[in-house]
Design a protein. Structure first.
Length: 151
């Protein structure tokens, strides 16, 4: 199963602690799919909202398709995510009970050429958690460098 990543939300792993991942289809128009193939996608400030037992992807920016005419799409429109009802129930229950949020981690083409979004149930990190993680990474990098020079 070789997946071609379209875009990855790098800020998600920095700002959130990932608890559980889900794969969701996404309802798109033709010009959106062509713009995605051109790589004009940004998930930086995007999030998933559950309304009326539907999962909606909000603030995901899909740029305008360069060769489209008057029927181009709205770049920041709300897009419906395609999930099974039991998955939506599970997400809804966990978000309401524990104060978690749902964020998109990446968008990719599956082996059939369909656009999929990997979403995650996540908990926001505190500022001190982020600083601690950066400090640990710097220390690890220093140790690696010293070991390399030692050999």
């Amino acid at each position: 199963m070789e997946y071609k990543n379209i875009t990855i939300n790098r800020k998600a792993r920095h700002n959130y602690e990932i608890i559980e991942k889900f794969e969701a289809g996404i309802s798109l128009t033709g010009s959106e799919v062509k713009a995605i193939r051109e790589g004009k996608v940004n998930l930086k400030d995007a999030f998933v909202d559950l309304r009326d037992m539907e999962a909606l992807l909000i603030n995901a920016h899909i740029g305008l398709y360069s060769n489209a005419s008057y029927n181009n799409h709205e770049p920041l429109r709300t897009r419906k995510l395609l999930l099974h009802r039991r998955e939506i129930h599970k997400l809804d229950k966990r978000v309401k009970s524990r104060g978690l949020t749902i964020i998109p981690l990446r968008m990719y083409f599956n082996d059939k050429g369909r656009v999929k979004v990997e979403i995650a149930l996540a908990k926001g990190k505190r500022e001190y958690d982020k600083k601690q993680k950066l400090k640990e990474r710097d220390i690890k990098r220093e140790v690696e460098r010293e070991l390399k020079n030692y050999k």
